[in-house]
Ligand binder design. Structure first.
Ligand code: F6P
Length: 365
């Protein structure tokens, strides 16, 4: 085997910082702290049941007690702790928000507070943990409001409610056959593979680009009866294949781990849909805007793809709550634009498949 000169994540960040000569280095230090949390999570994931950290599907609690009477924490709780513990001490953060915490996380007063906000989903795809399928961590870095930085006050929900266009960086770590970190600092997308011998993320995929066209789509088809008309039309046309209006066959994938689907799409194209549907009217989508849709949206767009709600660009949505859900479509540009066109062409709730909206129904005007 020949050895190849490869850059580490640290070297990549130093190179990127040269674009901003006045940068303090805080940002790079923060990304490296996040990467350290991801390495720790990767180790925990790799040990799996050996360390008793997998979830017990029969127990809806984050902590259980083992036969020795010790606390056993589930992996998603452990992952959340790795993120908070490894990033809070550096002095770079004003505060954090996570899927695992109802409220914003305050940097303890004994520590220095900084200018960035870190938002994360510590373990995405957690329904896959017990079946040993790829899971990952997703994160996004925003700037805290200036007045919060100046005063060093506690962060509040409103500080985080910034559209995805305001993200300074976004990334995910993937705990699969290899551990990878995929990162954008707003200048394209780079992929790093964890070298287990060195414990370092090495730059292996310098310029990730999503192909503009694809013949592969991902959607949870068990929800098809709840889909809105534009999604139903798009999927029907894909399924019709060569003999349908698209004139080509499509392939379908569903890992049920968004971070793994995002990675597949980044590597070879495709389109992912978890759209708004009528399954539960109190939930405008399944995935979370701030720590799932926005970071993945930024990565995909930085790689030349597109991310959308179907109705508008994902990154332009102004969040109204920390844990807001949203319909998400992302991937190869031409397919996402087609789905957006289908949404624009037809009022969404005039769907003849839905009995509530058929001729002579209560809801038809
Ligand atoms: O965070 C939610 C998540 O685990 C995503 O990673 C994944 O795409 C989705 O849920 C799977 O949803 P479903 O259970 O409907 O297939």
């Amino acid at each position: 085997m020949t050895t190849r000169r490869r850059f580490t994540l640290t070297q990549y960040l130093i190179e990127q910082r040269r674009r901003f000569p006045s940068a303090s280095g805080d940002f790079n230090a923060l990304v490296l702290d996040v990467a350290l949390a991801c390495k720790a999570i990767a180790r925990s994931v790799a040990f799996g049941e050996l360390t008793g950290v997998l979830g017990n599907p029969l127990m809806d609690v984050a902590t259980s007690v083992n036969v020795q009477g010790e606390d056993q924490k589930r992996l998603d709780v452990i992952s959340n702790e790795y993120f908070t513990q490894m990033t809070e001490w550096g002095g770079h953060l004003a505060g954090m928000a996570s899927e695992e915490m109802d409220e914003p996380y305050q940097i303890p007063e004994t520590l220095q507070r900084g200018k960035y906000l870190l938002v994360f989903d510590p373990l995405d795809g957690s329904s896959n943990i017990d079946v040993n399928v790829t899971v990952g961590s997703i994160f996004s870095i925003l700037r805290a409001p200036q007045e919060a930085i100046d005063s060093g006050r506690d962060v509040v929900e409103a500080d985080f409610l910034q559209p995805g266009t305001e993200q300074l960086a976004a990334g995910y770590a993937l705990y699969g056959p290899t551990t990878m970190l995929v990162l954008t600092v707003g200048n394209g997308v780079a992929g790093f593979t964890l070298d287990p011998n060195l414990g370092q993320f090495m730059l292996t995929h310098p310029n990730l680009a999503v192909p503009e066209d694809t013949q592969e789509f991902a959607i949870n088809a068990s929800n098809s009866r709840f889909w809105e008309a534009p999604i139903k039309r798009y999927v029907d046309e894909c399924l019709a294949g060569k003999t349908g209006p698209r004139g080509k066959d499509f392939n379908m994938r569903w890992i049920a781990s968004m971070v793994a689907e995002a990675h597949r799409i980044l590597m070879r194209g495709g389109v992912f849909m978890y759209p708004r549907d009528t399954k539960d009217v109190t939930k405008p989508g399944r995935l979370r805007l701030l720590y799932e849709a926005n970071p993945v949206g930024m990565i995909i767009e930085q790689a030349g793809g597109r991310a959308s709600t179907g109705r508008e660009p994902m990154l332009k949505v102004t969040p109204d709550a920390l844990h807001q859900r949203i319909g998400l479509v992302f991937g190869s540009k031409n397919e996402v634009e087609r789905i957006e066109r289908y949404h624009a062409e037809r009022p969404v709730f005039e769907d003849e498949r839905n009995p509530l909206f058929v001729e002579r129904s209560l809801f038809r005007d």
